[in-house]
Ligand binder design. Sequence first.
Ligand SMILES: O=C(O)C(=O)C[C@H](O)[C@H](O)CO
Ligand SMILES: [Fe+2]
Length: 352
Amino acid sequence: MRMVFRWFGTGNDTVSLAQIRQIPGVEGIVWALHHLPAGEVWPLEEIMKVKEEADAFGLHLEVVESVNVHEDIKLGRPSRDRYIENYKQTIEHLAKVGVKTICYNFMPVFDWVRTDLHKELPDGSTAMFYEKQKIDKIDPKELINKINENPNFTMPGWEPERLAHLSKLFESYRGVTEEHLLENLKYFLDEIIPVAERYGIRMALHPDDPPWSIFGLPRIVGTHDQLRRILQLVDSPYHGLTLCTGSLGANPQNDLAAMIREFADRIPFVHIRNIRRYDNGDFIETSHRVTDGSIDIPGVVRALHEVNFQGYARPDHGRQIWDEECRPGYGLYDRALGIMYLWGIWDSLQRS
Ligand SMILES: O=C(O)C(=O)C[C@H](O)[C@H](O)CO
Ligand SMILES: [Fe+2]
């Protein structure tokens, strides 16, 4: 297990590279050029700048999250070919600085979804919360304003420029079924995977968060069967998954350890975090500790150990604790605590 840590870039993160390198066992950053809209080629000069910054702290940049997929690709529009060509060029550029894995997702319109970014937990910390009833009723526009109401940070996946055309976006998805979306994913993969293979980069599809349809939009990356079917679309080790325990684990039917055992050689990257599920369909992010949430984190780590996992891992989201001012989910303290919990389990498994 190779531990990495998500970093949003200079001027775009409250956590510094100097701090990241002091977290035990962290060897690299998980990064992206967050200011670029989906579909554009990532310029080599800008990539090189991040490399210089990371090099100065002895951190590698082998994991990118995310190179976002343009909506026209998901919609299967004729213009997708141009965006796919750009994607290929970005892969080529990323290979030049030693990138080995690219995380991406295939969710229509929205990336991750929560109703509250600062919900208080009983211990006084705050965390991101998903309230099912609210999602079932809320106007998506209202949700966008809510997520973006903190002007200090851009929220990845919630870019106001892109979502400004929300009604049109929703309109475009009318009639797009799950089958269509899957076909469009296959079209994308058939083009991208040979390029990824040529450059030694493993593509790692992130599951839908939460792993079910919202606002009537199709979603196809949420269950064991769906993951299996998607992996069968292209039979290559370069077409893999980001196994995200918090996303998949929001559905109690998902057996994460079973997924790890079955898809072992197709998982270049794992996101490990815990959530507490409630019977009414709500869930809240919690500390990594097994007793704090509904997900068997030690069981997940044990499964990874059993399959001799050699890929990258990051603590996904954390709570906001100790009055830290940070991006929701992406503070230093709780993610660092999470890492130590994961190492504790891993190291004791190594010993036994
Ligand atoms: O929602 C999560 O668990 C994430 O990790 C979000 C990811 O960064 C995103 O969906 C990847 O493309
Ligand atoms: Fe994740």
